[in-house]
Structure formats: structure tokens, C-alpha cells
Design a protein around this ligand. Structure first.
Ligand code: MG
Length: 159
């Protein structure tokens, strides 16, 4: 069996009056994420990790942020599509591990819902989806609530 690891990172600005989609779940928040699609930073980092593991480029390669087709798009579609792309090359996702950095709101109460939302899109079980979050200790742009980050690693295998 061949295995590969992939890593993804994403950042989006935060603004008042925008929705905050994170891990496929809409959170109640003072500020939401700004982006071409629904700006789900966690899913975007996951997509990059999956594509990176299979050496298939990055999310921008496949879903350009200047393409009007993806304006306001539900990022769950991107995750489902990248899973399909690597499956076409014989790859299966084994597990994913993600960390989000943002000052507020608290992510922990929503982790179960995120695992339930994300797992079926990647054809894995919720127990194979780890989502963690930390504040940035009020430091830098994350600390000032000007933006948020997500990091993801994924293991894929092919028999
Ligand atoms: Mg993004």
C-alpha cells in the first residue's frame, strides 16, 4: 500500500455583516469571513491538503476565485469534488486533522456538527475527522479579529 501526506493552509479576512461558515457549519458571530465563495477557511485548507497529498495542485487550480461559477459557492461542493478527483486516481482519504485560529466565537461547541458535515463529503467516518481550534492570544491580525486561519493535514492511501 502506498500512503501520502498533504498539508493545507488558508486565510480569510473577517468583516461585520458577513456570514461565518466554518467546517461546513454556519456559526453565529459578530464578524463573518470575506471571500469569493462562502469563504469557509477550514474546508479550503482541507481541499488544499487533499489535493497536495495527491499532487493535484491547489484549490485555486480547480476553482479559481475569479470564476463567476464559484461566486457565493457552498464550499462543501469543493470538498466533495476534490475527494472525487483523488478517487479517480485511486486514492482514498484515511484521516484528516485541522486547526483553526480565530479569536471568537468559540468553535468547540460546533466540532461535532463539523465532523458530521465534513466526513461524508470525504467518504470517511466522523471519527476520522479531527477539528481543533485555538485563539491567537489577541496577537496579530487574528488577535485583532481582522481575519482567521485554518491548517489541515490529511493522509491518503492507494493499494
Ligand atoms: Mg479560501
Amino acid at each position: 500500500m502506498k500512503i501520502r501526506v498533504g498539508f493545507g493552509f488558508d486565510v480569510h479576512p473577517l468583516e461585520e455583516g458577513r456570514e461565518l461558515w466554518l467546517g461546513g457549519v454556519k456559526l453565529q458571530a459578530m464578524k463573518g469571513a470575506v471571500g469569493h465563495s462562502d469563504a469557509d477557511v477550514l474546508i479550503h485548507a482541507l481541499c488544499d491538503a487533499i489535493l497536495g497529498a495527491a499532487n493535484l495542485g491547489d484549490i485555486g487550480t480547480h476553482f479559481s476565485n475569479t470564476d463567476p461559477r464559484w461566486a457565493g459557492m457552498d464550499s462543501k461542493y469543493f470538498l466533495q469534488e476534490v475527494t472525487r478527483m483523488i478517487a479517480a486516481k485511486g486514492w482514498k482519504i484515511q484521516n484528516v486533522d485541522c486547526t483553526v485560529t480565530l479569536e471568537a466565537p468559540k468553535v468547540k461547541p460546533h466540532i461535532h456538527a463539523m465532523q458530521q458535515a465534513l466526513a461524508p463529503l470525504m467518504n470517511i467516518a466522523p471519527e476520522d475527522v479531527s477539528v481543533k481550534a485555538t485563539t491567537n492570544e489577541k496577537l496579530g491580525y487574528v488577535g485583532r479579529m481582522e481575519g482567521l486561519n485554518a491548517y489541515a493535514v490529511v493522509l491518503i492511501s492507494r493499494s
